[in-house]
Write a protein that binds this ligand. Structure first.
Ligand SMILES: *Cc1c(COP(=O)(O)O)cnc(C)c1O
Length: 355
């Protein structure tokens, strides 16, 4: 018997497998690039009072002014640049796709962030991915050729890249922006806090460049707050596509309070960066593993027996991301850098497994 929805729904959507989020009850959660840090006791009371004072019977401020001011300060965003807020940067990726005509092309690299391709499908766009090389480096000549062949409307580059963790060469990305011509180039800097370089200042130089960021990877994944930074007139036009009130009142209030804690955010990022170095070193000491360099708050590594290792970790209450079945990521696993104790627990399972 065919159900109603099977007759009703677009066949290309039926063919997509749903974005899967595994249950992680009571596990050490090192699968989703979340920050391991919770709010300090000393902040909690003021935070709760701030949230409780919100007039929840009213619609939120449609322009979310209270968020923009501390966000510009925290991320050092030039006052000449426009900022568009989204319910997570995922929503802004979707908004950019909605601005295209059906049949336009999104170009990115493979492997990269899976939402680029999923959203392209939802919105009747073509998706083309240019393969990274064996070390997950960008093949810039192949990418430039793909721009020529596919004439993309949107180019997405995650900088640093997810799930590989590396940042591509700045000069290569500049060549892509300059060669992209009519395409809007989107540099997705979800991991900016853990990276050495950023294209945010370059927004002043290139009118076909926008930069995406999010607070998800710096401690506030629960808020669902992302941003797009671009030339003011670019942002003004794209803002027409944003649903009114897309940033809810509690997110606005929480962000207003939390983004003001610049020192705490910076301190936590520094802990993650130093833990990343320790974790990379410990992983490299296991000769069976191949460890890839990271500018993000996670590390990609290749294990000869990825599935078995993943299961050993799960049995020990540790959840990471098993990418070993994904195209181009044969036997690869991705571990988020956690708190020191979590990373030690992770390493001790690995050391036993390969010991
Ligand atoms: C995590 C991630 C995002 C999603 O960010 P949200 O703001 O949580 O939607 C976007 N891009 C990349 C590359 C990511 O890794």
């Amino acid at each position: 018997m065919t159900s109603f929805i099977h007759n009703w729904l677009r066949s290309d959507i039926q063919a997509i497998s749903a974005y899967h989020v595994p249950k992680a009850q009571k596990m050490i959660k090192l699968d989703a690039m979340e920050s391991p840090f919770v709010l300090d006791e000393s902040l909690l009371e003021r935070y709760i009072q701030h949230l409780a004072a919100q007039p929840i019977n009213r619609y939120p401020d449609p322009s979310a002014e209270a968020v923009l001011t501390p966000l510009r300060e925290l991320m050092d965003i030039d006052n000449d640049f426009g900022v568009l807020l989204g319910n997570g940067s995922d929503e802004l990726i979707q908004l950019l796709a909605l601005a295209c005509r059906p049949g336009d092309t999104i170009l990115s690299v493979e492997p990269s962030f899976v939402m680029y391709e999923m959203i392209a499908k939802f919105t009747h766009l073509n998706y083309q991915g240019v393969a990274l090389d064996d070390n997950f480096e960008l093949d810039v000549e192949a990418f430039l050729a793909a721009i020529n062949t596919h004439q993309p409307k949107l180019v997405f580059i995650a900088y640093p890249n997810n799930p590989t963790g590396n940042s591509f060469e700045r000069a290569d990305i500049q060549r892509i922006i300059e060669a992209a011509g009519d395409a809007l180039v989107v540099l997705d800097e979800a991991y900016y806090a853990y990276a050495q370089d950023s294209f945010l200042p370059d927004v002043a130089r290139y009118d076909n460049l926008v930069v995406l960021r999010t607070v998800s990877k710096i401690g506030f994944a629960g808020l669902r707050l992302g941003l797009m930074v671009g030339a003011q007139n670019t942002i003004d036009e794209l803002n027409k596509l944003r649903l009114p009130y897309n940033i809810n009142m509690l997110t606005q209030a929480a962000a207003e309070f939390l983004l003001d804690q610049g020192e705490m955010i910076e301190r936590n990022a520094q802990v993650v960066i130093s833990e990343r170095a320790k974790l990379a070193e410990a992983l490299s000491n296991i000769s069976a593993l191949q460890v890839y360099p990271s500018q993000a708050n996670f590390i990609l590594f290749k294990a000869p027996d990825a599935q078995a290792l993943f299961e050993a970790l799960t049995q020990n209450g540790i959840l990471i991301k098993n990418l070993s079945q994904a195209p181009g990521l044969n036997n690869c696993l991705r571990v988020t850098v956690g708190a020191p104790k979590e990373n030690q627990a992770f390493m001790s399972v690995l050391e036993t497994h390969y010991g």
